[in-house]
Design a protein around this ligand. Structure first.
Ligand code: B12
Ligand code: SF4
Length: 445
């Protein structure tokens, strides 16, 4: 049997990060049947691969912003008689929608159900829907790291799933459940050692959890010997706990260069409206300074343009970037399907905007302030993002990266900002052209 595992194109084009599902689902498949011929396709990197693809079954992984291109890929393949099975967070939140474009949909996590899907396919008896369980993570295979080439320089390691917090915008929590499920530390070390490159990404939603600081310390200590550098997403709360300092030292000694922090909202009011205090409800600026004092560089991810946000928040994000001297990655708020935020915003959604607009660069709902029109929000998003990513600021941030990370963390700081700046400039020019076109059409009646 020939199986192709496909990641549809990402909204902002190719990234050096290998889409983790490809090499991971390949490993799960090998476990079921080592004789299956597997091909991995990251369409952002190899856009023409679909036209030449020959296989019996295509497994397509869908996120919300990649769902529409995923459906178009499925149309092409099914027209050539290839069966299509969808999975991933978007397919799980919108199974009936996905089923219209595929032969089968896997809802939930793959591990417990993928063997059955492959068996049914071989028997010519694919069912329309399959449901994966949230199983314990004590026997996950090592992804087939290195199988995907095409210029991907970073691989992902996952060490836990699930989250006890309840941020309203989050699509990970409804998917992975409220209990944190940890992988055995020796499995994490085994996977890290299997990565061919010298640098990797911890792809967990949170690399350290409050109440589980000792587990994080044990894992970082075990990873010291790997000799690799890494970065990942971490919450601010555990940083200021009594065990925080020991944990940060262990993280740095294990090769951690940069932590990506979900800052989520500029104002504390918006943070509360998102119910995100659970994970970031501490003196946020002190926590960021503490991280840097421990030699770890910080990048903040946050959303703008929520129904609680004001126009001032766009300006305040620039002030924050200057005050903290860290790199900042904004997006406009996205009410992903399956989230509490989507239910709250349901009456205000611009329903005519399809999933391809759910990339973080579009205003997707009405705002109570009549001055905050979609155009005003989108323009303010581009303007403030480009201001934050201006060359002098990018350089200033680089000079503030802790010296202990030299030179990797400094190079990474540039790599994390300069391509985003370039992409953002192109997107803004395109946006201006599109808006100009709409206005011209309106003027011509
Ligand atoms: C690592 C990561 C990235 C990396 C790599 C992405 C890539 N190259 O694919 C980077 C940093 C580049 C990235 C970028 C983006 N990301 Co991202 N990312 C993640 C993160 C943190 C971890 C993903 C991971 O490690 N997965 C591990 C694999 C094994 O898990 P999985 O894919 O969920 O697969 C499991 C199941 O879903 C299922 N499954 C999945 N697919 C399939 C397919 C089949 C056929 C089957 C049977 C099963 C199945 O089986 C697997 C095992 O159980 C997740 C958050 C999270 N914790 O999941 C966000 C996440 C996936 N990202 C998200 C988003 C929105 C983005 C961006 C679009 C954000 C933006 N606005 O810029 C960008 C796109 C950038 C671009 N260039 O266009 C969202 C998606 C939300 C949604 N509902 O769609 C998430 C969930 C974050 C969030 N909190 O909302 N991301
Ligand atoms: S901390 Fe919030 S954003 Fe992160 S996984 Fe949990 S609920 Fe989602």
């Amino acid at each position: 049997m020939k199986l192709a595992i496909i990641k549809p194109p990402l909204p902002f084009g190719s990234t050096p990060v290998a889409p983790p599902i490809l090499e991971y689902l390949a490993a799960l498949t090998r476990r079921v049947d080592p004789n299956i011929d597997i091909q991995l396709i990251s369409t952002s990197a190899t856009p023409d691969a679909i036209d030449k693809l020959e296989c019996d079954l295509a497994a397509i992984s869908l996120l919300t912003p990649t769902s529409v291109p995923g459906y178009r890929i499925a149309d092409k393949l099914r027209a050539r008689g290839i069966k299509v099975v969808f999975g991933g967070m978007h397919a799980s939140a919108m199974p009936e929608e996905a089923k219209q474009y595929g032969d089968a949909v896997v809802i939930g996590e793959a591990e417990s159900i993928w063997p059955e899907v492959l068996k049914d396919f071989s028997a010519g008896q694919l069912k329309p829907f399959y449901r994966g369980e949230q199983i314990a993570l004590d026997d996950l295979p090592t992804p087939l790291y290195g199988m995907l080439q095409d210029g991907h320089r970073f691989r992902i390691v996952n060490t836990s799933r699930g989250c006890p917090y309840n941020c309203t915008f989050c699509s990970v929590k409804p998917f992975m459940g409220a209990d944190i499920r940890f992988r055995p530390i020796d499995h994490v070390v085994r996977d890290v050692c299997a990565i061919p490159e010298k640098m990797y990404i911890n792809g967990d939603e949170n690399i350290w959890w409050q109440g589980f600081e000792q587990r994080a310390i044990d894992m970082f200590t075990a990873l010291k010997g790997s000799g690799k550098k890494w970065m990942g997403f971490g919450s601010l709360r555990p940083v200021l706990t009594p065990a925080g300092s020991r944990m940060l030292n262990a993280a740095r000694e294990s090769g951690m260069l940069t932590v990506w922090v979900g800052w989520d909202a500029i104002s504390d009011d918006s943070l509360s409206a998102y119910k995100a205090n659970g994970k970031v409800g501490v003196d946020r600026e002190r926590a960021v300074r503490t991280l840097r004092d421990h030699g770890i560089d910080v990048s903040l991810f946050y959303m703008l343009g929520s129904r609680e946000d004001t126009m001032d928040d766009f300006k305040r994000s620039i002030e924050l970037a200057d005050r903290l001297g860290v790199s900042m990655h904004p997006s406009l708020v996205v009410p992903y399907p399956g989230t509490e935020l989507r239910s709250q915003y349901e009456p205000y959604l611009y329903k005519e905007l399809g999933w391809e607009h759910y990339s973080g660069a579009y205003a997707l709902f009405e705002h109570p302030d009549p001055a905050m029109t979609p155009e005003a929000r989108e323009e303010a998003f581009y303007e403030s993002s480009l201001e934050i990513l201006s060359l002098p600021r990018v350089l200033r941030h680089m000079f503030k990266v802790p010296l202990s990370g030299f030179p990797y963390a400094h190079i990474l700081s540039l790599m994390n900002q300069l391509p985003v700046r370039k992409g953002m400039k192109i997107a803004y020019e395109k946006w201006k052209e599109e808006k100009g076109e709409v206005r011209r059409k309106q003027l011509l009646g």
